[in-house]
Write a protein that binds this ligand. Structure first.
Ligand code: PLP
Length: 284
């Protein structure tokens, strides 16, 4: 696999980063994941806008222009012959030379890493037909979840707990309400209305979420942005989640309670089709 590191395209085995890098020692970095379908990038402008925002929130500059980011993504997709898959992008505050809580001086070069993962069958994921099981886990992450940092230990722990409990993923709960999934935004459907938590610092502002809600509104579907509980989700008609690499995937069981008779519902199915169709139109 060819990867990108600080201006160079390299075989992955040759891409080396310092042990002092703040991404490694402090989880001081941000990332983006953009999906690729038909060799094209989905929702790309949205991912770049969020990247800029994450960097700015942490007092980091953006090392590349949008045109440069696009060129690097396209190079990696082409060099690795990605038809379906993802491009992962990470920017860290770089290598200060020593471990120190204070940020390194301005002008310290950031570390920029991008790599691809080929995922044949991403669009034809059979889980879209069978649905997934989730369990609730307390949300113990920090309170700036709107910044897409590489600090992913707690979501990993929650995912492992979900697997240990026989589920596919965890829905995180804070003050009695679902915030989001370990790596996705969460939704329920009741009487045809799509319900999803409103944007705040409590959740990541999903790019797939933004596009899907726009497509759903354009299709005259009803949307309510508000928090919901696990109990409300269990008695909903449908439940589902979104992320760049999952698109829209249905949830048919929550904490052992079947949702919608444990069958994948029409709204989640329609929204998955709608998202794939519409986002491909603007793929670049
Ligand atoms: N919420 C969290 C915590 C995430 O990690 C992610 C994606 O990785 C999402 C939501 C979904 O965001 P997006 O649709 O931009 O992939």
């Amino acid at each position: 696999r060819t990867v990108y590191l600080n201006g160079e395209y390299l075989p992955e085995a040759e891409a080396k980063v310092s042990i002092f890098d703040r991404g490694f020692v402090m989880a001081d970095g941000v990332y983006e994941v953009t999906s690729v379908l038909d060799g094209k990038l989905l929702d790309f402008p949205g991912h770049l806008t969020r990247l800029s925002r994450s960097l700015a929130e942490l007092g980091m500059g953006n090392p590349h222009s949008d045109a440069e980011w696009l060129e690097i993504h396209r190079q990696l997709v082409a060099r690795n012959e990605i038809v379906e898959g993802i491009v992962y992008l990470q920017v860290t505050r770089g290598n200060p030379g020593d471990r120190d809580f204070a940020y390194p001086p301005e002008g310290t070069p950031q570390t920029v890493v991008l790599f691809t993962q080929s995922k044949p069958g991403l669009a034809a994921n059979p889980q879209a037909q069978t649905g997934l099981k989730v369990v609730s886990v307390e949300d113990l992450r920090w309170s700036r979840r709107d910044i897409k940092t590489v600090q992913l230990l707690y979501p990993s722990m929650a995912k492992m707990e979900a697997k240990a409990r026989g589920a596919d993923d965890a829905w995180l709960v804070e003050d009695g309400f679902v915030t989001e999934g370990t790596s996705n935004n969460t939704y329920i459907v009741k009487n045809g209305t799509i319900i999803t938590r409103q944007l705040s610092t409590d959740i990541l502002h999903g790019i797939t979420r933004a596009s899907l809600l726009r497509f759903a509104a354009e299709a005259q579907m009803k949307i309510e942005e508000r928090p919901f509980t696990i109990e409300e989700a269990q008695s909903a008609d449908e439940a589902f989640f979104t992320s760049a690499s999952a698109f829209v995937l249905p949830v048919v069981e929550i904490d052992g309670a079947k949702v919608g008779g444990a069958k994948v519902g029409p709204v989640a199915t329609r929204l998955r089709e709608l998202y794939l169709e519409e986002s491909l139109k603007s793929a670049i």
